[in-house]
Design a protein around this ligand. Structure first.
Ligand code: ARG
Length: 283
């Protein structure tokens, strides 16, 4: 008997291109989310080692990783996901809510210009990019509630030319969409997209929207979310996630995915995980 969602040898990875920023100036100097506590020491060398392991893991899986030069005074620049949304070679830059991070947007804008991206728009509304935008292959899921302005969702739809679905976050610990939801497999001609998410991070209406759009989703619980297990990166088969997310990893394995567990403890002190460090460049 075959049961839908059990071990499935046909999960096919697709090669990705990522942009990452080494945590050379990483620190927790200010508080812009509930995870950040400047009185807790941060081990900068360990953060660099964990980040390097993440980068090398992507390369080992066959993906391309580009690196942007980190800048002093921007300790959160390691969280590259917040600096751009790229679909079909079109780039929508970012505009940060916190003044402490606002200068990051220009560094990333310049990186895209220098790397030949001609179709580049900087947002007029607060827009924390892939922190709050997740591409399913057909829809751009868009979070709001803490960071990205709801008006940025309409702006993203116009600029990128893709349908946007607004989702409302309600728990301050899950202040970005990518702390509570990730795409496991993009939609193809023959299969719908598959996602994983933590329902309690969302408003009641949004939960109903997600249940309607993704009846086959993997649902996370508080234990999965609080170790940043939903801040994972999938290539359609291999899923990179924090090593504490063992139970989620088991459930993903039962659906045919290949979990890859990594230690991101230092980055989590700033409220980040694997996905936060990873901006996907889609062509
Ligand atoms: N300290 C950073 C902030 O609060 C962490 C960003 C994490 N990035 C993410 N994509 N969730 O902005």
């Amino acid at each position: 008997m075959t049961v839908a969602g059990t071990l499935d040898a046909t999960r096919v990875p697709t090669t990705r291109r990522y942009l990452m920023c080494p945590p050379r100036f990483f620190a927790v100097d200010y508080v812009i989310n509930p995870w950040m506590d400047p009185s807790q020491p941060v081990d900068a060398d360990l953060a660099m080692a964990q980040w390097t392991e993440l980068r090398d893991t992507y390369r080992r899986l066959g993906h391309t990783v580009e690196e942007i030069t980190p800048r002093p005074g921007l300790p959160d620049m390691v969280f590259a996901a917040n600096s751009g949304t790229v679909i079909d070679g079109r780039v929508l830059g970012s505009r940060f809510r916190a003044p402490q991070r606002s200068a990051e947007a220009e560094h990333f804008r310049r990186w895209f210009v220098e790397h030949g991206y001609r179709d580049l728009t900087m947002p007029t509304k607060i827009n924390e990019a892939e922190g709050d935008f997740a591409w399913t292959g057909g829809l751009l899921l868009a979070g709001t509630g803490f960071r990205t302005d709801p008006a940025a969702h309409g702006e993203a739809q116009e600029v990128l030319g893709v349908p946007v679905v607004s989702l409302r976050l309600t728990d301050p610990r899950y202040y970005h969409l990518d702390t509570a939801l990730f795409v496991l497999a993009e939609a193809t001609d023959t299969a719908p997209a598959q996602i994983a998410y933590y329902p309690d991070a969302f408003s009641p209406g949004t939960r109903r929207v997600l249940a309607r759009l993704f009846p086959d989703a993997v649902l996370g619980d508080e234990a999965d979310a609080s170790c940043f297990g939903l801040n994972a990166v999938s290539d359609g088969r291999n899923v990179v996630l924090p090593l504490e997310a063992v139970s989620l990893a088991d459930r993903l394995a039962a659906r045919g995915y290949e979990p890859v567990l990594l230690d991101i403890s230092e980055l989590r002190k700033a409220g980040g995980g694997p996905k936060c460090c990873t901006l996907e460049i889609r062509k």
